[in-house]
Ligand binder design. Structure first.
Ligand code: FES
Length: 108
């Protein structure tokens, strides 16, 4: 397997009802992950981009969260409709999607 140029982590953490912290899965992050996998397949970028679902990335109140390495860029409140733009702008053209960036008070 080639080393990916970009590695995308999508938080799909869930928590039981009544837990004091929110969880990305309660805000449909599995649909976000599914859309990343769908776009990866559609664009045939397997040699460049790897997508991995993950547990909590930290700033739960801002979820669904998505983290892209090697840059360490984190996105907040990502929806399935945002995924195509993340591919076009960041994963292919190396520019972060400014409107989705996690504020530095949470990450940075
Ligand atoms: S549950 Fe997703 S960042 Fe914490």
């Amino acid at each position: 397997m080639p080393k990916p140029e970009k590695h995308v982590f999508v938080c799909v953490q869930n928590r039981p009802d009544g837990h004091p912290r929110p969880a990305c899965a309660q805000h449909d992050s599995t649909a976000v992950a599914d859309e990343f996998f769908r776009q990866l397949e559609k664009r045939q970028l397997f040699s460049k981009v790897q997508v991995t679902t993950t547990g909590c990335l930290g700033p739960c109140s801002e979820g669904p969260t998505v983290l892209v390495y090697p840059e360490g860029v984190m996105y907040r409140k990502v929806t399935p409709a945002d995924v195509g733009e993340i591919f076009d702008t960041h994963l292919v053209n190396d520019q972060p999607v400014e409107r989705l960036l996690m504020p530095t008070m949470f990450w940075g």
